[in-house]
Design a protein around this ligand. Structure first.
Ligand SMILES: [Zn+2]
Length: 196
């Protein structure tokens, strides 16, 4: 795949998700020749996906993409820290990926646990601390009940995007028109991705 725009990359994701939801999956070449090609020519992923570690949310399947297509960063609750931001910066600066998507999902356990409160043992507390301000925002906006979970999910996507946007590398590439950053939400049951 040559150099494509952020918008063209988005279209590839939309088309791939359509194939996923309709069961018309593309044939993917994962054989030795393709692997060799990716070694000799190097990788050129067309999108960076920051999403949840949830086993029901694998980007390569959801977007029906193959080897070398997506640069994926996954953490519980799709929160980022300097290592995750650095990973995204690497894909932007060195691999030239034109699109970065922060994708939350319906019924996210990390979001629900933060909303519900209670004890967060070990380093789970670090994840909860990242999501907590989004819970407050959603509550301040009047969300309650099940609505609060999903409203918090949206706020959490926005919070991760804000953190990504603090990166000078990301800012620079956006300013030069070489990078598009967007949010998305994945629906577990329908398999659909809604771009925000
Ligand atoms: Zn999740």
């Amino acid at each position: 795949m040559g150099n494509i725009s952020g918008n063209e990359a988005l279209q590839l994701l939309i088309e791939g998700n359509k194939r996923f939801t309709t069961g018309n999956l593309a044939v993917k070449d994962t054989g030795p020749a393709r692997r060799d090609e990716l070694v000799s020519k190097g990788q050129k992923p067309f999108a960076i996906i920051i999403t949840c570690s949830d086993s029901r949310v694998p980007p390569e399947l959801i977007f029906d993409q193959a080897l070398g297509d997506l640069f994926v960063i996954r953490t519980a609750g799709n929160v980022v820290d300097p290592i995750a931001v650095g990973s995204a910066e690497y894909a932007v600066e060195h691999l030239g990926a034109p699109l970065l998507v922060v994708m939350g999902h319906e019924k996210c356990g990390a979001v629900q646990a933060t909303v519900d409160g209670g004890e967060a043992p070990g380093s789970i507390a670090a994840i909860v601390a990242k999501i907590a301000p989004s819970v407050q925002k959603a509550r301040d906006a009047g969300a309650a009940g099940n609505d609060l979970y999903e409203e918090c999910c949206l706020e959490n996507i926005k919070a991760t995007i804000s953190e990504i946007m603090e990166s000078h590398i990301v800012k620079h590439f956006i300013k030069d028109g070489k990078l598009t950053v967007m949010g998305a939400k994945y629906y577990l049951g329908s398999g659909e991705v809604e771009f925000i």
